[in-house]
Design a protein around this ligand. Sequence first.
Ligand code: KG4
Ligand code: ZN
Length: 373
Amino acid sequence: MALVFEMRKVVLGIETSCDETAVAVVTSDREILSHHIYSQIETHKKYGGVVPEIAAREHLDRLDHLIKEAVFDANLSYNDLSAVAATSGPGLIGGVMIGMMAGKTISATYGKPFIAVNHLAAHVLTPRLTEDIKFPYLALLVSGGHTQFLLVRDVNDMVELGTTIDDALGEAFDKTAKMMGLPYPGGPYIEKLATQCKNPALALESFPLPKPLYKKQGCDFSFSGLKTAISRYIQAVPDGAQGEGISQKDACNLAYAFQNTIVAVLKDRLKNAIMMARQQSKTEITQMVIVGGVAANRAIYDGIKEMALLSDLECVTPPLSLCTDNGAMIAWAGIEQLQQGISHSLSFPARPRWPLSNLSQNNAQNISLGIYK
Ligand code: KG4
Ligand code: ZN
């Protein structure tokens, strides 16, 4: 058993940056040995969004147990681990600190390297856990907090090609859903309503929506104008804001119009992103990935895939359970770092903000100087 583990890396990954408490054990030969998630969605639902202090308390309550369970289910002891990886930012600072503290404690107790993982980089690297994705590739990260096109040149070399200048895409889904009286998180509810739309042409005619930055240079996004337009439609419906709400038919039409507009905007921005990625990469780009919770949306995935194929790009998304926040993506990002000989000092700070453009700089400053070698 010990010999096997010397050849392959086994990493414990801890994710606590938002509203999922998640732990997993993953190997360098791409096996997920255990995968545990406690979703706090039910807790935050009544507030219509994530409440940071409550999220931190829930992480505190659940994390120890989840870690024990993940190591036990992987049929391992802490001594069998090659390293411990924890999300170190960006994210809600209370949760990030709790996850890091747990990871650092295991690292110090069992003499294992600690790996500080950038949550966004982990999302972007996850398709390499499940598919044969080679550097360089183009990534579209679309979650509740982030909307970015990235040129992924290596584990610690990612170039942001474009980002949102206001709301994240998941946030736009969530805010639109909230205005329509749907539960949090709203993305899946909007998608469901959109698929129930009986007359797409009528939906687009009844609810014309703006497409901010459409056909403009670059690959940035803007979604706040969309939200304002939707709010006006809802206000205009008699009793729309406070009363019974909009009819089921209008809700389906509005959801369809919203989703359709998003797909059109994403496809337009993707065209430019592909051009920019190809200009900035020395090696040919043949693959792209979509990651983050919004990648679960079928219409968005299909639209992006269609546009990618037109540009000779293979388009891949990880399975749904690895698209949304999870521990396996953190463990895998840890493995990617470990394979490059990188681990971090136990003094690595929790970073509420940690742009991907800073990845290698942070690593250079924080490489552990052989304490665990
Ligand atoms: O990556 P994620 O689980 O958490 C972070 O934000 O990091 O993404 C959650 C976001 C939420 O805004 C949620 O509404 C959105 O992903 N989402 C969707 C769908 N499923 C989840 N948005 C559109 N369509 C979906 N099917
Ligand atoms: Zn995320």
